[in-house]
Design a protein around this ligand. Structure first.
Ligand code: 1PR
Length: 590
């Protein structure tokens, strides 16, 4: 061991570790990466920002010879901070590995690794199994901001280790450590969080081990405080030789007041090159991003610089920020260095989740080099993205799956789609599918087959939640589009949503070409239709014109998140006023 205090961060080569790096730099700490087994001996403090899937983490650690040294490091009593999978890996094992094995993914490079039972097992420090959320009355993954409640009575009420019962933290996971009145788990649990009816362990603290299920590096100022407190206080303590703990509260006592899941307000930036070749934030009306005025030469609307706007929205309290490269279908994203640079710089300034979309697909570069969607996504994750959003490619994947299944057949993936590849490596929660539906009004000319086919998914005027004057007496269904609405498909938005959930998407970003940029409010019919078709979270998008539209969509459709672009870019509505209006309606907001 070195005498100077060496902080190390464990990176086994998956997911967004740049965020934690940026956060440490922001807090004024220098650190080194663990790049080989020998590095553990040099570390005085260790952070493991585990991202991705449990079994991928375990098999990567094993194949790189890092598993045993990590186990030895923790046993040595030196301070350890685990984040997300970095917390789950302390447990005996996880249902996630078994689920992955049982899933119908064929011919994957992971399959061999998974059939080896060693790769199901975690470090085994905590004799408890990581379970899975049940999607009953709530979406899974648990994605968003939630509170914490301390398991033991608090000397300093409401606050401990930089962690506060009045703040919220960013969670993103489908698997969790269920809390129970059993010392095997209650002796390790420091705080719990409630999601729906389920109470799970949100932080672990014992001896030299501290771990969070949430992402402190993505939890804004509140999260930075948790990291800062640990960095300032972390001292050696042999595992298990802790000061005697006061009694843990029972599950029933904890369950009463801890459900603090917040609705998310997301700012979205559509990014593209303007005619001068500069990357700008633009905004369309029904996806047309050019100035209406012919005299101006129909220039691409320029609403600002992506990095500057991202920083502005972070400071204004955005719960998440979404950057969409809206013309990426035209060129190779891996050669699109300016966009990657935007992501890198944005990730340097914001400590809330960043979603990056556009061009996540298998590509062939101009020199003939093939790049898989997974490689493209990995590049974005390394640049600082937390989630990637897939648009056009998702439509193709679902069409193929439906073709394979034939009529009445079982929908199942074949392991080759971008959604499957990325969710296998990084976890379902890292994969968003962006849907660009367009209304198709049913007219007397609509063929009987079409009317029949979509009868179940057709919104009839009378059943509409929110009919505008111009829509009265009409019926319609929602058609999928690709390439920013340029290509129309026969697939319906409901089929697409159901299909991508089967393939492994963790969230749906639901746009509406009809409402985009109109300020008429979200298309509540569309949102309700999709929300009830899937059990993954849905982000409502397109059409927000004022604060009430947010309160409306949250109350009437149960979506977890709502996104806007134009009103924020033009400074017409502030994120803070959206949140206050929602609070007035009794909604929980960060
Ligand atoms: O197909 O995987 O390369 O992804 C391309 C991505 O770019 C998709 O997510 C697609 O939705 C998006 N996109 C493509 N063309 C456009 C366009 O506007 N011409 N933008 C576009 C989609 C919609 C939202 C917008 C909301 C809210 N933009 O991003 O932010 O509608 O706007 P509002 O609050 O102003 O109403 P691929």
């Amino acid at each position: 061991q070195t005498s100077s205090s060496e902080l190390y961060v464990l990176d086994y080569g998956a997911g967004n570790v740049r965020s934690i790096a940026n956060t440490l730099t922001k807090l004024g700490y220098s650190f080194k990466w663990i790049s080989q087994p020998e590095d553990f001996a040099k570390a005085d403090k260790l952070i493991f920002p585990g991202v991705g899937a449990f079994s991928t983490a375990v098999s990567n650690l094993r194949s790189q010879g890092l598993f045993k040294p990590l186990q030895d490091y923790i046993a040595s009593g030196r301070p350890y901070f685990g984040i997300c999978i970095g917390m789950q890996i302390l447990f005996k094992d996880s249902l996630e590995a078994r689920d992955l094995l049982a899933s119908t993914i064929g011919g994957t490079e992971n399959e061999g690794a998974l059939t080896d039972e060693a790769n199901w097992a975690g470090l085994g420090l905590i004799d408890w199994e990581i379970g899975k959320f049940v999607p009953k009355g709530k979406s899974v993954p648990h994605m968003g901001w939630n509170g914490v409640t301390f398991v033991r009575d608090n000397a300093e009420p409401g606050q401990r280790d930089g962690l506060s019962e009045t703040e919220s933290y960013y969670f993103v996971h489908s698997y969790c450590a269920p809390y129970a009145d059993d010392p095997r788990i209650s002796s390790w649990a420091n705080s719990v969080t409630q999601y729906g009816e389920e109470v799970f362990v949100s932080t672990i603290k014992k001896g030299n081990v501290f771990a969070t299920q949430f992402h402190p590096e993505k939890s804004g100022q509140a999260g930075l405080e948790v990291l800062r407190a640990w960095l300032e206080s972390a001292t050696n303590a042999a595992s298990g030789q802790d000061v005697p703990q006061s009694a843990a509260r029972s599950l029933s006592a904890l369950k009463q007041n801890v459900d603090g899941f917040r609705k998310r307000v997301i700012a979205c930036l559509d990014v593209r090159s303007n005619d001068q070749g500069d990357l700008v934030v633009t905004k369309g009306d029904q996806y047309d991003v050019r100035e209406k005025d012919e005299a101006s030469g129909r220039q691409v609307r320029n609403l600002g610089k992506p990095v500057a706007l991202t920083g502005r929205y972070y400071n204004a309290g955005a719960d998440e920020i979404c950057l969409l490269n809206i013309t990426s279908f035209r060129n190779s994203p891996l050669r699109d260095q300016p966009m990657l640079e935007v992501v890198r710089k944005a990730a340097n300034e914001v400590y809330v989740p960043l979603t990056i979309g556009g061009g996540i697909k298998d590509t062939v570069e101009p020199d003939g080099t093939k790049r898989s969607a997974l490689e493209v996504a990995s590049e974005y994750f390394r640049a600082g993205a937390d989630k990637v959003s897939i648009g056009s490619e998702a439509v193709i994947a679902v069409e193929k799956m439906m073709e394979r299944a034939g009529s009445g057949g079982h929908w199942t993936g074949d392991g080759t789609s971008a959604i499957e590849q990325i969710s296998r490596a990084y976890g379902r929660q890292a994969v968003v599918v962006s849907i660009d539906p367009k209304r198709v009004y049913i007219s007397p000319e609509t063929s009987p087959e079409d009317t029949e086919r979509y009868s179940k998914e057709t919104v009839v005027g009378a059943s509409s939640l929110y009919t505008l004057e111009t829509e009265k007496g009409k019926s319609w269904w929602y058609q999928c589009t690709m390439n920013g609405g340029r290509v129309l498909k026969s697939l319906s938005a409901v089929e697409l949503a159901r299909g991508v959930e089967v393939l492994g998407a963790g969230e749906i970003l639901l746009n509406s070409i009809d409402r985009d940029g109109t300020g008429l409010g979200f298309d509540l019919d569309l949102i309700q239709l999709i929300k009830s078709a899937v059990s993954i979270p849905v982000v409502a998008s397109s059409g927000a014109g004022n604060e009430d539209h947010f309160a409306d969509v949250f109350q009437k459709t149960q979506v977890e998140a709502a996104l806007a672009a134009g009103i924020f870019h033009r400074g017409e509505v502030e994120i803070s006023s959206v949140k206050s209006r929602c609070r007035e309606h009794g909604l929980k907001m960060r």
